[in-house]
Ligand binder design. Structure first.
Ligand code: ZN
Length: 506
């Protein structure tokens, strides 16, 4: 029976190909072609070890965010949108991922990232330490027994090149989980540590590794302020200073630690980096987080896109014959959601999809496992009965209707809303939480005359909160490459570590 099904699928694929030349394939033909491709992918994804693994994490990129982003991207390209696909939606394997952590039903980024890179569920705030350690423990000797080794550290110990790329500060929870061990995610620089603490702050932990002679090969993102002393001005914004109180300039320490180390902080310097000539690349493009993708054009010194950073990272890491481990985070999808600004959450998701596409083009499916997932969801919902092609950021309008759909009070409403958060507002910088004020949760605004597709529009919310909250439902995991076949069914988030480990043959 298998053979006949396979033959049927191949025949359908052929007819789909023939149809492509004449007219676009129907959805029936596209479906048949997709199944035929899966049969071929199956053989590859169940065998072999991977030489390289790339873990892509869209911070807060829940399934509603995926659906809405793919529609927005399709509509920006001039289509109806629903039939569009984000780059990783073409991957052959998927799973649903349960995101609860050691002490949270709806989780935060520190323990979810920890579970993916160490194989253990952790407590809120904890970065790659087990739940036995209290959040307030700043004694290095008391934390040491509870450190959880990360997949990055294991790859490095076996001679692989390693890298971390993000749009947030490089000391933020998700990237830091790969290389730091601390019970409290907010200890990013020494001024944030309690008095008498002996545990290194997150930035100091990063630099300490460079001095051991191994360290990371690529670190790209934001967060200069946590590496620069309070006496030194930021290179881009001269009125701003670093945040370190210990007087250390960790940027200089990075450059001095090992031969072939370089630091860049603007787009021109980044573009000038020749991958063949750099061994340890540190790029920090903002004092704090990098800008949202739609706001990058406003940066005077220029910032690379997530796709450009991913490309450069792979070019540098690929020089290692043993292979590489790379984590790439689309970190600000989460921040735009917290601000209740779906526009920037969706456009940052599209930029994240572009970064995954760049990675698939630069690597070989036969030797590189790519996983794409989210650490947790958000309270974004997609509702009403809008017609096909209705603007995803617009008001709900039913198929064939002359007017928008209205609620009890005769007011229109949007397809996208949040269950929690600041609520209604239109501000110039929609993704900035502070800019979202004054806030107006609930259904008090008549949206009749409001442009809800404006990039500064903040969706209405049911529960009024200064910061919209994470969502606790499952997230999606997409995979392609060796061992991608392990990605199927419903899995626990910490299984992602074990999939990575299996793919690398550890
Ligand atoms: Zn968050």
């Amino acid at each position: 029976m298998r053979a006949s099904v396979y033959t049927l699928s191949l025949a359908a694929l052929l007819s789909a190909t023939v149809a492509l030349a004449a007219s676009p394939p129907s959805e029936f033909e596209k479906g048949a072609g997709s199944v035929a491709k899966r049969l071929a992918d199956d053989a590859l994804s169940r065998k072999q070890h991977a030489r390289n693994v790339i873990l892509f994490i869209g911070d807060g990129m829940g399934i509603t965010t995926l659906t809405a982003s793919r529609i927005l991207e399709g509509q920006l390209k001039g289509g109806q949108g629903e039939d569009n696909r984000l780059s990783f939606e073409e991957f052959p394997q998927t799973a649903l991922v349960k995101t609860f952590t050691a002490n949270q039903q709806t989780p935060d980024s520190a323990p979810t990232a920890t579970s993916m890179v160490t194989g253990w569920k952790a407590n809120d705030g904890a970065l790659s330490v087990s739940p036995e350690v209290p959040e307030t423990e700043s004694d290095a000797a008391k934390v040491a027994p509870f450190k959880l080794e990360t997949i990055l550290e294991q790859a490095r110990a076996r001679g692989l090149a390693t890298g971390v790329v993000t749009t947030t500060r490089i000391t933020h929870a998700t990237p830091a989980s790969n290389y730091a061990h601390t019970p409290y995610r907010d200890w990013e620089n020494d001024s944030q540590l309690p008095r008498g603490a002996t545990i290194g702050d997150i930035a100091a932990q990063l630099i300490a590794q460079q001095k051991t002679g191994s360290g990371l090969d690529v670190v790209l993102g934001g967060g200069r302020e946590n590496l620069l002393p309070a006496t030194v001005s930021d290179p881009e914004y001269v009125t701003r200073k670093g945040k370190r109180r210990d007087g250390r300039n960790l940027v200089n320490e990075w450059v001095a630690a090992q031969p072939g180390s370089q630091f860049v902080w603007n787009k021109a310097q980044f573009d000038a980096i020749e991958p063949a000539k750099v061994q340890h690349l540190l790029g920090l493009f903002e004092p704090s987080h990098m800008r949202y993708d739609v706001d990058r054009k406003e940066d005077g010194a220029g910032e690379p896109s997530l796709a450009e950073m991913t490309t450069k990272a792979i070019q540098v890491l690929s020089k290692n014959r043993k292979g590489f481990y790379l984590m790439v985070e689309g970190g600000r999808i989460d921040h735009a959601h917290h601000a209740g600004n779906a526009y920037r959450a969706l456009t940052d998701t599209i930029a994240f999809s572009d970064a995954v596409r760049a990675a698939t083009k630069l690597t070989d499916v036969k030797d590189t496992l790519i996983l794409v997932t989210a650490d947790h969801s958000h309270s974004l919902t997609m509702v009403g009965y809008p017609a096909r092609g209705n603007p995803i950021l617009g008001l709900v309008k039913a198929p064939g209707a002359k007017d928008v759909t209205r609620d009890y009070n005769g007011h229109p409403y949007t397809t996208l809303n949040y269950a929690t958060g600041p609520g209604f507002g239109v501000t110039e910088h929609g993704g900035d939480e502070a800019a979202a004020r004054p806030v107006q949760p609930g259904r008090f605004v008549d949206l009749e005359t409001v442009d809800t597709q404006d990039e500064g529009y903040h969706q209405e919310s049911l529960v009024g909160l200064a910061s919209e909250t994470h969502g606790g439902e499952d997230v999606a995991l997409f995979a392609r490459g060796p061992r991608a076949g392990l990605v199927r069914g419903s899995i626990e988030q910490n299984e992602i570590y074990h999939i990575l480990r299996s793919a690398l043959g550890y």
